[in-house]
Design a binder for this molecule. Structure first.
Ligand code: TNX
Length: 471
């Protein structure tokens, strides 16, 4: 609740002039806070670090966008808490690599708008981005692809028409850099969920370790987008590989979840494989899809042995879901609804509402818009998204941890392009995640959104001015 009391407190940039108290006291929600500005000064009350941090973010929004020697803060009494526990945004650093500096900036921007979960998509067909000491070739070989695809494959009809610039493309994070980013995120109360994709989207692994394929051969880190039929074989060497990788990953990331991907894993190679036939015979499966469920359940046991929870894209429902898995619903809400009904926790990130790599304009290929994948998601569609499906009972709705925006980077090649796709959409996502659906309207959001532009300018964020504001 925000109350404008019609008076202001003057803050000066000298310490003596500021009268800001941070107070800890029991609150109903660990991330909630009270912010009071009155004749006594400024007071933020919360149960602990996260609530105080969010109270401070609100206070920042009451200050002028540009730093000044003195600033007037209006008298307010704000009682605030988030609607959802999981307020996420994903960044794909495989299709295009983003520097540590940009990753930190992304985290900063999430935190400023009270998001608390950064899903770091670290591996995919087009590049492996995290140093794994036991498998040096993942960064020597798999972190690079031989050419940079320029232009949009979607727009060309045949591979002959694709354009490459003939220079190798890639990059990765050292474990020291990962630790640095983790510490940076922790200071902002952002939990990182690392994603290590399996068994699909894994051709970059095969480029370095072809012995993990079902079919002997040579493989290359992919230079195209889409779904590749070459995936790791679900055999013992592959389990050993992922267990080793996950041992290093779980030691680096203190958060409770590890994302194992699970999406878009074609079974073409598995069907051809004698080793997979053996597994099916032994387990009594007639449907090869069941093998992925079996694979996931083994990985879940391993993650549990490391004290971690498994989360995966909604395909992990097929072939028998791992008992404690959390489902990230991306192909609409269907998977999320099904999982919540089964008693699994769910994160809602449907392509229909929360894919921020999709177009912001009706004309995605107009010369005024960058190239992009997917359809058109107008800002009001994002803003009006309700992560709690009406067909779930209140009990089932408790399994919906919250929403997440996803940014896949096939056509997002630079930090400026990423910021352009992210803003102002992140402002809408923030309200989807923080505020309950009841009582919020897009028309009431627009002027408040407009106020943020001066703040984004001050941070030199490259954002898109949406049509309703008329530029
Ligand atoms: C589908 S969403 C994918 C990604 C692509 C994305 C493009 C998901 C789990 N898989 O591999 O980058 O579409 O929008």
């Amino acid at each position: 609740m925000l109350t404008g009391l019609g008076k202001t407190v003057t803050l000066t940039s000298t310490r003596a002039g500021a009268n800001i108290a941070l107070v800890t006291a029991a609150t109903p929600n660990a991330e909630g806070y009270q912010l009071t500005v009155d004749q006594q000064g400024i007071r933020i009350t919360a149960a602990g670090g996260p609530g105080l941090f969010y109270g401070a973010q609100t206070l920042v929004q009451l200050l002028p966008a540009k730093s000044a020697a003195t600033a007037a803060v209006p008298y307010v009494r704000i009682n605030d808490q988030p609607a959802f526990r999981w307020r996420g945004a994903m960044l794909d650093v495989s299709r295009h690599f983003f520097s540590v500096d940009f990753v930190k900036r992304y985290i900063d921007l999430l935190a400023a708008y009270k998001l608390n979960t950064f899903h770091w998509h670290l591996t995919d067909d087009q590049g492996w981005r995290i140093e794994i000491k036991k498998y040096p070739k993942l960064t020597q070989v798999s972190a690079f692809r031989k050419e940079t695809l320029i232009g949009a494959q979607q727009l060309f009809k045949t591979p002959a028409e694709f354009k490459y610039d003939a220079t190798p493309y890639g990059g990765f994070y050292t474990q020291d850099q990962i630790r640095d980013v983790v510490a940076y995120a922790q200071k902002r109360y952002v939990t990182i969920v690392p994603e290590i994709e399996m068994p699909g989207h894994s051709v970059a692994i095969l480029a370095a370790y072809p012995e993990l394929a079902c079919k002997p051969g040579t493989y290359e880190t992919w230079t195209m987008w889409g779904v590749n039929e070459d995936i790791v074989c679900p055999t013992e060497p592959t389990f050993r590989f992922f267990e080793d990788v996950l041992s290093e990953v779980t030691a680096l990331f203190p958060g409770p979840y590890v994302h194992i991907g699970g999406d878009e894993a074609p079974k073409t190679r598995w069907k051809e494989s004698a080793a997979v036939q053996e597994i099916m015979k032994k387990e009594g499966y007639t449907d090869v899809e069941k093998v992925q469920g079996w694979f996931n359940r083994r990985i879940e046991k391993f993650l549990e042995s490391k004290g971690k929870k498994l989360i995966g894209w909604d395909e992990i429902l097929e072939g028998g879901i791992a008992p404690s898995a959390t489902v990230m619903s991306w192909r609409g809400e269907k998977g999320g609804i099904e999982a919540a009904k089964m008693g699994h926790d769910v994160v809602m990130s449907p392509t229909t509402h929360l894919y921020i790599n999709y177009g912001q304009s009706k004309k995605p290929h107009s010369p005024f818009e960058p190239l992009m994948i997917g359809g058109y998601i107008p800002l009001d569609v994002i803003y009006n998204y309700n992560p709690l499906p009406a067909e779930l009972t209140p009990e089932q709705q408790k399994h919906v941890l919250g929403p997440q925006a996803n940014m896949w980077t096939e056509y997002i090649t630079t930090p400026a392009a990423a910021e352009y796709m992210l803003f102002p959409r992140l402002l809408a996502v923030s309200e989807v995640a923080w505020r309950p659906a009841a009582g919020k309207t897009y028309t009431e959001f627009l002027p408040r959104m407009g106020q943020q532009f001066a703040r984004l300018d001050a941070k030199k964020v490259y954002y898109r001015v949406p049509e309703p504001l008329g530029l």
